[in-house]
Design a protein around this ligand. Sequence first.
Ligand code: GDP
Length: 456
Amino acid sequence: MRGSRTSASAEGGAASGLPTGPVVAIVGRPNVGKSALFNRMLGNRTALVEDIPGTTRDRLYGDVTWRDAQFRLVDTGGLEPEASEGYPALVRRQVEVAVEEASVVLFVVDAKEGLTAADLEVADVLRRSGKPTLLLANKAETQERREESLQFYELGLGEPIPISAHHGRGVADVMDMVVAALPPAAEAGAREDALAVAIVGRPNVGKSMLVNAILGEERVIVSEEPGTTRDAIDTAFEFRGEPLVLVDTAGLRRRGHIRRGVEKHATLRARGALERADVALVVFDAREGFTAQDAHIAGYAIEAHRGLILVANKWDLMGDTSRPEFERRVRRRLRFAPWAALAIVSAKESSGIGEMLAEVVRVGEERERRVDTGRLNSVLRQAVAEHPPPPTVRGKRPKLLYVTQPEVSPPTFVFFVSDASALHFSYRRYIENVIRGAFGFEGTALRLVFRGRRES
Ligand code: GDP
């Protein structure tokens, strides 16, 4: 499935023979304390030197383990331009190179010096990259400097986090935030790039016929390959140049004997298929409408944070039913996921199949979308200003400090909250609606993670 692509690790590891992991890059203008932070985070581990392809310079890196997570920390200090070189252009280039392969970026600024033109330059590159970025205001040893670090909000990269790399202050918190922002390890190095589609639904709704209709499409090029489990067969195909794979089609492409045996474990298999899929097609019989059982199956897809397309099949038997009226009826049964997509098809007459597949591709693209951290935080700030979280019984209001989208497929948003347990479910729902309202993501579930600032 997808998502692994974004967590692809540094090519540098292969060359050095060391275990690779997601790359965390430290960037910033000269003398802000990048090396001090690098050394702090690395602890007593060894730093290594690496050539950067395409440049004449070296950089330092080291592999860090923190709370079960591993990442490769890269100090870009060695990439710093000499004073004589064309300065702003080189700063940009340095940051671009560093950020290209990074999963998370640590942008260090100097709380003692304050905001400089070079900081703005770097921030600009980072905002464009859309990479999850932590803005670290270093040398914030005193209360005064910690307060002054708020000026870095202007960089549009979220809340400046005051630290002192020299004294080690705030560095553990930064490590926690880095780990939270890393792509999930389980997905690193997962399967290839095809968009994985699971076709699920109750017996007799027409799943089997739908698979045949999909593969019978003229634009589709089919090849069979073994699935990951013993008797699972995945069917790979291409639709308008887009590689797709139908997950676990063994039970759907064969009739009779074998199929009945498979059908016995239908629910289990469906859940297994959903686990491996990017997008779920929940097929139902248009004549019966979207029943509670269909909603139950859709619930599995939502729990698994998949893309979700409800497929109303057997439309050929629906006479001249109005589509908008039909859609309204379906949506009334799925209030908890108003973002789900709907496709109306007849597998038998092979109608609506192209539109449905186009929708699959579109939902797949939505799942791959990354929102720029700066924009995300400004939307969050505004949403909180309009509707602050209600205070708890003890009268304390939880504060939403910062949000970042560390991962796609599913789009995952990590919120740092002063007290995550005090944030009510309905408020989390509100925040999800705000994100959807601002950035879309139609057709896919989102994963929202709320983390306390100092969760023990
Ligand atoms: P599955 O159990 O979900 O895989 O369902 P099947 O594909 O075996 O189909 C169940 C029954 O519905 C079969 O008799 C199919 O011929 C019929 N069927 C499937 N799709 C359609 C459709 O679009 N229109 C009509 N009229 N019948 C369909």
